[in-house]
Design a protein. Structure first.
Length: 90
């Protein structure tokens, strides 16, 4: 049996800038909410917004709607959430 030690270092600043932390976590949950679905279908299935809204947000962020949630980086999730937040604020 092997053992391991993990050292965690608390960051002074978050790794990404978010407009709304609440929206960020909603978008992340939505992206992972339906296994094996494309990003556009997972986001639409979340009920947060229409397919048209998500399509516009994905185009604006430069994220291919046929990707899957697990392929997005933290920066891409932040951009997606920030753009979505701005779109629902009007």
């Amino acid at each position: 049996m092997d053992s391991a030690v993990i050292r965690l270092t608390r960051r002074k600043f978050p790794p990404v800038t978010l407009t709304s932390e609440e929206t960020f976590f909603k978008v992340v949950r939505a992206a992972f909410g339906q296994r094996r679905k494309t990003l556009i279908n997972s986001l639409t299935g979340s009920g947060l917004a229409s397919k048209e809204t998500w399509s516009e947000v994905l185009v604006e962020t430069g994220i291919n709607p046929t990707r899957r949630g697990e392929t997005l980086s933290l920066d891409e999730f932040a951009a997606l959430a920030n753009t979505f937040e701005m779109s629902i604020r009007g």
